[in-house]
Design a protein around this ligand. Structure first.
Ligand SMILES: [Zn+2]
Ligand SMILES: [Zn+2]
Length: 47
């Protein structure tokens, strides 16, 4: 079995990053690199 982690937000792409706020494993599309958080956290609060 391969250890492929699927993005916890979109559920489509391979998760390469983890949100430093909520710890969610997310893909490139669902990650805000400048802030190191997922788009879900980025939408919830502006840091
Ligand atoms: Zn995603
Ligand atoms: Zn998050």
């Amino acid at each position: 079995m391969e250890k492929v982690v699927i993005c916890q937000i979109c559920g489509k792409n391979i998760a390469k990053y983890s949100c430093r706020l909520c710890g969610a494993l997310v893909c490139e599309n669902c990650y805000v690199k400048e802030k190191g958080i997922c788009i879900r956290c980025a939408q919830g609060k502006f840091i």
